[in-house]
Each structure stands twice: as structure tokens, then as C-alpha cells.
Design a protein around this ligand. Sequence first.
Ligand SMILES: [Zn+2]
Ligand SMILES: [Zn+2]
Length: 135
Amino acid sequence: MANMTGGCLCGQVRYTISVDPVFAGVCHCRNCQRYTGSAFETVFGVPEAGLKIEGELKTYDDKGDSGGTVHRRFCPNCGSGIVADASIMPGIRIVLTGGLDDPSQFKPAMEIFCDSAQAWTQSTDARQRFPRMPG
Ligand SMILES: [Zn+2]
Ligand SMILES: [Zn+2]
């Protein structure tokens, strides 16, 4: 796979993904809705060795639905979400894909927390849909 690159809105934070993501998904949980200021968050799961980040990040420690901690890391200057690290997913970094230089590289294969999805986001595409976090 060719490297995928991306960054925040202001350009202070840049990242490179150098391995194939282990998952590509859409999260409809209420925390992702509030965090993104939108209806859902789009993410790649990337093994930590395959993600390089340049620039400083600020961290908000969020509580995941499972009770674990989700460290949501964002650009301290422009606020763009860059990556999250969930205690229930050691070794995997959750990269927000809105900042990709070529956003079409993100093709979701599953949707999670569909219990709190907004009705207008329902898609008829063949994607796995989970009511909450799959086990
Ligand atoms: Zn920024
Ligand atoms: Zn979420």
C-alpha cells in the first residue's frame, strides 16, 4: 500500500499511515457526535507502528461506552481531531479520516453505535452495522 498522509485544518499537525488499516469504520456514538460537532466520526484502526505524527497534540480523556478511557487527541491550535487511543484497543490507534489529503482513501466497511445514529445517515450500502460496540 502507498503511504496515506493527512493533517489538521491549520497544518501544524501532519500524519503518515504506512500500513494497511485493520478496520475502517463509522462511529455514531453520542460522544463522537459531540466531539466532531457532526453526526458521526469516520476512523481507520492503524497498528501503532504504522502511524507517524508530526506536531504537538492536546488530549481530552473521554470515557468510552465500555467504561474504558478514550484519549482523544487534537490540534491545540485549530481543534481538529487527529487520533484517539482507547484503553480497550491496545496497540491500535484510531485515526480520524476527515484530515486525509485524499479523503477518498477512506471506504468504511462497518458502522458502530448505530443505536444512536441519526435517521438520515442510514445507508443501504452493504456494510456491517452494529447497535453498539461489537464484542
Ligand atoms: Zn491545526
Ligand atoms: Zn464513537
